[in-house]
Design a protein around this ligand. Sequence first.
Ligand code: VGL
Length: 194
Amino acid sequence: MTVNVGAGDALLVVDTQRDFLPGGSLAVPDGDAVVPVLNRYIALAHRKGRPVFASRCWHPKKHCSFKAQGGPWPDHCVAGTPGAEFAPGLELPREATIISKATSEEADAYSAFSGTDLARDLRDRGVKRLLVGGLATDYCVLNSVRDALKEGFSVLLLTDAIRAVNVKPGDGERARREMEQAGAVPVEFGDVSR
Ligand code: VGL
C-alpha cells in the first residue's frame, strides 16, 4: 500500500515524554524506539508543509490518576518537571502545536481531544486525516484515535511508531485491533510516499 501525504493531513505525536521512556516513572517497554521513527514522520510532515501536533500529559502534583490519590499510576509527567519533557532527541518543529492535557487535579484525560481545542484547531487548519503515533498504544494512542474517528477525522495509525504499556499481556494487540475495527488504517513508514 502507498499512502500520499499531503493536503488535509496532519501528524499527531502522542505523549512521547521522558516518564514514558525506559528509566522513566511510567516506562513503556521499548518506548524509546518510537523516537527515531517519529522523527522520520515529523520530517516528512515538515517537508510536505503539513502541521505537527504533539500532545503531552501535563499533570498537577496531586493528580487523581496517581496512586497517592487512589489512581492506577505512579506519579508521572508532573507539569514543568524533567519527566514531563518531550523525549530527548524528538525533533519537534518549532511551529508544532503543543496540546497539554489532564492539567487539573480532578480529571484524567488519555485522549489528546479530551478537554483540549485539538478538534477545532484541526478543522480550522483544514485537516481531514491524522497520522497518529507515540505512547502508549493501549492508553493515550487508543483514546486519541477513538476520539479522532468520532470527531470525523480519518486516521492512519503509525504502527512502527507506537508501543504499549501492556499492564495485561495483549493489551497493545487488543488496542490495535479495536482501532483498526473502528476504521484506523495501519501503516508503516515504508507505506508512506516521500
Ligand atoms: C498514558 C498511562 C497513564 C499514556 C498516560 O500516555 O498512554 N498511559 N498516563
